[in-house]
Design a protein around this ligand. Structure first.
Ligand code: HEM
Length: 412
């Protein structure tokens, strides 16, 4: 098995111990202490030459950031509040899945911001990065071990919420994504009972690889259990099996969106990356960077051919002179050895050596023009169609070489 590409884990970058804040300290004091701690973490990372980490934590020290908890050591543990915890009618806690850490935090935050925007000011959103998430392509992502520790952390965070001033009567929903759904399922036991302190009313599992349980009832929670998945979620393609291998359990069992699991099912949309669109609209991501990622993620030309002029060997395969070979650009653009988490659309991706415009002496002659046209048209589209959304599932042409749309029906 291949071991992680996790951008999340950066061992060895020095960081201060978390700020000590009295349990009952006012929120403003708590937030200020964690910002100062983030500032100190940025200074230490910079001094150690870890510039990427320094930049990432410096952003977290900005005056408008509100961390209930903050620890920059290792992959990082944080709980950030969007909105007002004291006056909110409801609280939604986002529990992330694999490959989330301080270094990849902006992606997680964008999801939380998009959710907060959608739910409005009466709902406070907490982006809870309270556990060491596994790398997507790692054994840890297929085994529940890490989720057990994480579930304990989540439960203890839920207990602390009342000391942070969240009224015990405020309904709290857990929104648990991918591996986060395994964590929530393990934390669910007893949540939602009147004696459990924080009032968890709903547990929402989406993009789940399975929860480790065969039925929602096994979660033994009084909270409502929801399950959803976008139409194009790759998790749907993962076989939902659970096997015992070498004394450890691999996989998480049935998909919670199946009727047999017994959760309340909802449509999680088309998997249309609303957080990415929101980030593009907000101007956080340069259009030129987004264009490169869109070229990579959905390669317009999937295949080109070459004739082999002399015997060669590629990846242990001998290709004799005179052969015709097909180069699969679409596949190369999802190569896990070249791209971190290749199946994820990340418009802020800067390390992006895609081959959508070819390579070598036949490199696309029109590349600069194509890039200009794409940036100009996407720029106009997001500016002039703020309500743009899909009406129906896009339909693609069948061709093997050119990946193009047959039909794209949208509302503006
Ligand atoms: C998103 C838009 C575009 C994509 C994805 C694209 C993709 C490619 C690719 C993959 C190749 C390499 C083919 C190979 O390896 O044999 C190529 C070559 C080429 N492209 Fe593009 N292209 C685009 C736009 C354009 C535009 C706008 C023009 C002209 C104005 C253009 C003109 C050419 C030419 C002339 C070549 C052949 C270069 C050579 O063989 O030396 N392309 N393109």
């Amino acid at each position: 098995m291949v071991v992680p590409l996790s951008g999340a884990v950066r061992p060895g970058v020095p960081a201060p111990a978390p700020a000590r804040v009295a349990a009952e300290a006012p929120l403003a004091e708590r937030y200020a202490a964690h910002r100062a701690n983030a500032e100190e973490a940025a200074r230490l990372a910079h001094a150690a030459g870890a510039e990427r980490r320094a930049r990432a934590v410096r952003e977290l020290a900005a005056p408008d950031r509100h961390f209930l908890e903050f620890d920059a050591r290792g992959p990082g543990r944080t709980a950030e509040v969007l909105g007002d915890l004291h006056t909110a009618d409801r609280v939604a806690i986002l529990v992330p899945g694999s490959d989330t850490g301080i270094d990849t935090y902006p992606r997680f935050l964008r999801g939380a911001l998009a959710l907060h925007e959608r739910l409005g000011p009466r709902v406070a959103v907490i982006a809870w990065l309270g556990y060491a998430t596994p790398g997507t392509v790692s054994p840890a992502a297929l085994t529940p071990g890490r989720a057990d520790t994480a579930a304990a952390e989540l439960r203890s965070f839920l207990h602390r919420l009342t000391t942070y001033g969240v009224p015990a009567r405020t309904p709290v929903a857990l929104l648990c994504h991918s591996y986060g759904s395994v964590v929530c399922a393990r934390a669910a036991h007893g949540l939602g009972t009147p004696t459990a302190g924080t009032r968890v009313t709903d547990i929402v599992l989406y993009g789940s690889p399975g929860t480790g349980f065969d039925h929602a009832a096994e979660l033994r929670t009084r909270a409502r259990v929801w399950a959803g998945r976008g139409a194009h979620d790759w998790i749907a393609e993962v076989p939902h099996v659970r096997v015992e291998l070498f004394g450890t359990t691999l996989g998480f069992g049935p998909d919670p969106v199946t009727a047999a699991f017994g959760a309340r099912r909802f449509d999680a949309g088309d998997g249309g990356h609303p957080d990415q669109l929101a980030a593009l609209r907000s101007g956080d991501i340069p259009l030129s960077t987004a264009v490169e990622e869109l070229l990579r993620y959905d390669s317009p030309l999937h295949l080109f051919e070459r004739w082999v002029l002399e015997d060669i060997e590629v990846g242990g395969v001998r290709i004799p002179r005179g052969s015709e070979v097909a180069l699969l650009f679409g596949s190369a653009n999802r190569d896990p050895e070249a791209f971190a988490d290749p199946d994820r659309l990340d418009l802020s991706r800067t390390d992006n050596p895609h081959v959508s415009l070819g390579g070598g002496i036949h490199y696309c002659l029109g590349a600069p023009l194509a890039r200009l046209e794409l940036a100009a048209s996407y720029g106009q589209l997001v500016r002039r169609a703020p309500g743009l959304r899909l009406s129906t599932e896009p339909r693609w042409k069948d061709g093997l070489v050119i990946r193009g749309l047959r039909e794209l029906v949208v509302e503006v």
